[in-house]
Design a binder for this molecule. Structure first.
Ligand SMILES: Cc1cc2nc3c(=O)[nH]c(=O)nc-3n(C[C@H](O)[C@H](O)[C@H](O)COP(=O)(O)O)c2cc1C
Length: 183
């Protein structure tokens, strides 16, 4: 199986998850292309339709993906509408599957402030006819020198998220990726 592993990570938390995803996909004997999105990433740098399985993740920034990722997704939508690959009714494509995920801190409303992110990321794939099999959420601490932010690593709805994602989270990722590739 050919797998695409796309992520955007401002402070490194999502990158930890994405690198574990890549490692597990390889260990399971599949081919994987990992693309770390940055502000210069262009819509022509990736084509979901070249792949059987797609993983996409970002951090949560005021309830949404980072602006760079939103811009890229809008440009990809335009590209696939123009090419005719996004069709009315979004007919399903055989053996095209995806998982979307985010890392989040959830200090105020917990997982509620993160749910829009995997939903948003998945819509481009759903529009193309992929089955978005599931959405994953991983705690990610605030990496900052500003105590306004770091106070939320211990004072928030998710409890103490210091050091997350940690080794236990990465073991969980390994186990979940191994499972989901068999869907
Ligand atoms: C400016 C800023 C805004 C954030 N906004 C939210 C938010 O609205 N909800 C949330 O759950 N986490 C929020 N976070 C926490 C990040 O989503 C979390 O640390 C994530 O793991 C960062 O991922 P990244 O390092 O891969 O970009 C915010 C972090 C920063 C620095």
């Amino acid at each position: 199986m050919k797998v695409l592993n796309v992520f955007f990570s401002v402070t490194g938390n999502t990158k930890k998850i994405a690198l574990q995803i890549e490692k597990t996909i390889r260990a399971q004997g599949h081919e994987v292309d990992t693309i770390e999105v940055n502000k210069n990433t262009d819509k022509d740098d990736l084509d979901f339709l070249d792949y059987d399985f797609v993983f996409v993740g970002t951090g949560v920034y005021i309830w949404l993906p980072p602006q760079e990722m939103i811009n890229l997704w809008k440009n990809l939508q335009k590209k696939y509408v123009k090419s005719g690959d996004i069709k009315s009714y979004a007919p399903r494509r055989v053996n095209k599957k995806a998982v979307t995920y985010c890392t989040f801190a959830g200090p105020h409303t917990g997982i509620n402030e993160a749910t829009a992110v995997p939903e948003f990321l998945g819509q481009i794939l759903d529009h193309l006819g992929f089955e978005v099999v599931t959405e994953w959420f991983f705690e990610g601490q605030f990496n900052s020198n500003d105590s306004f932010y770091t106070q939320f690593n211990t004072k928030g709805r998710m409890g103490d998220i210091t050091g997350r994602p940690n080794e236990d989270d990465l073991r969980r990722v390994d186990s979940m990726v191994s499972g989901i590739l068999n869907v």
